[in-house]
Design a protein around this ligand. Structure first.
Ligand code: HEM
Length: 144
């Protein structure tokens, strides 16, 4: 169960980060060019949101079965050891915050009536979510 979860949670970021990056670039361009908010834009925003929610669900389950988290929680030096702090607190908490921002951006953009306002909201919230997510990926251990 742990191995499967870890594999999916480790592979999904390829799709998630690609979709999030493409969304931020396309929505920024359409905001600048004053383009229409098309059905494809809505789909891109929604698919990106779904990827983040699946990743959130997998991450929460993984948190309770990961030997790395267990080791960190039992170490007695969870806060003073940077690796333990990252595994037990920083990664999950930052990602949850990133996903909250992305979810808020999606729901706020839906309520806007003007296309430019929809794009602006998505660029800000998805952009901040992307920056946060990139800041707490375990780059040095991921896929190694
Ligand atoms: C946008 C959201 C997220 C992204 C992009 C993401 C990405 C990743 C990546 C790339 C890894 C490394 C996987 C590997 O080494 O194969 C990882 C590991 C991990 N993630 Fe996330 N994650 C996200 C959300 C979360 C959340 C919300 C939690 C928990 C609350 C979480 C808990 C974990 C844990 C516990 C591990 C370590 C698993 C282990 O090696 O034992 N993640 N994550």
């Amino acid at each position: 169960m742990y191995a499967i979860l870890k594999t999916i949670h480790g592979q999904l970021p390829f799709l998630l980060l690609a979709a999030l990056s493409v969304a931020v670039v396309i929505f920024s361009l359409k905001l600048i060019q004053k383009g229409p908010f098309a059905k494809a834009d809505k789909s891109l925003a929604l698919i990106t949101l779904i990827f983040t929610h699946v990743q959130l669900l997998l991450g929460i389950i993984l948190y309770f079965v990961s030997p790395l988290v267990k080791e960190a929680l039992n170490s007695g030096e969870m806060m003073s050891n940077a690796a333990h702090r990252f595994n037990a607190i920083e990664h999950g908490l930052t990602m949850i915050f990133a996903i909250v921002l992305i979810t808020a951006g999606y729901s706020k953009s839906k309520k806007k009536t003007e296309d430019a306002a929809k794009f602006k909201t998505l660029v800000i919230f998805y952009g901040l979510g992307l920056i946060l997510a990139l800041s707490r990926i375990p780059w040095n251990t991921w896929l190694s």
